[in-house]
Design a protein around this ligand. Sequence first.
Ligand SMILES: [Zn+2]
Length: 56
Amino acid sequence: MKMLKNLFNEKCPICREVLISKKTSAFDAIVIKSCPQNHYQKEFHPAIETSIESYR
Ligand SMILES: [Zn+2]
């Protein structure tokens, strides 16, 4: 169980803060996780089974 939980606790590759999940009302199918310091953002698109990573 602990290992499984770690998979969902993704961290910023720059400052190692745990990424924060955002819910967007306009795009419910998309999950956005971002660094609290805005270094890094990851978008999950379950419909097309793709994730997009971006650095700021
Ligand atoms: Zn960061």
